[in-house]
Design a protein around this ligand. Structure first.
Ligand code: THU
Length: 136
């Protein structure tokens, strides 16, 4: 990915924290995903008083892309207010795997905007191969 697009993804992931609804954890997360046609989608985490119903920023962004008709995710950026780098939770990795492949770039962004990149195949090496369950 070119530097400019990458910087834009980082900026959008950081910006997406601003609408995080996280009154229970006070842990704001912002995500930005890139689809194969070059479109960017942002998402934030949205919590609930029934704690288990919280949706993570990454899944929020992926579902928005799916709603817009996109089916291939080529990069995911995820940010928080931490100095360290957070990585997508197990549930989000599973959801990302539906639309991603091993080469999909996962960009981890800290509060200061510093980044680390990892390929999706490294953090989710054995996606379930259930293509045969797809109905034509
Ligand atoms: N969270 C995310 O949105 N993405 C992650 O990668 C880690 C966790 C959210 C879920 C919950 O609202 C809060 O962060 C604390 O776990």
């Amino acid at each position: 990915m070119n530097k400019q697009l990458r910087a834009e993804m980082v900026r959008r992931a950081l910006d997406a924290r601003s609408t995080s609804y996280s009154p229970y954890s006070r842990f704001r997360v912002g995500a930005c995903i890139l689809t194969d046609d070059g479109t960017l989608f942002s998402g934030c985490n949205v919590e609930n008083s029934s704690y288990g119903l919280a949706i993570c920023a990454e899944r929020n962004a992926v579902f928005q892309a799916a709603f817009a008709g996109k089916r291939r995710v080529t990069a995911v950026a995820v940010s928080s207010d931490e100095q360290g780098f957070i990585t997508p939770c197990g549930a989000c990795r599973q959801v990302i795997s539906e639309f991603a492949d091993a080469k999909t770039e996962i960009i981890l962004v800290n509060a200061a905007g510093k980044t680390r990149s990892v390929r999706f195949g490294k953090i989710f090496p054995t996606p379930p191969a259930l293509d045969k369950l797809k109905k034509r």
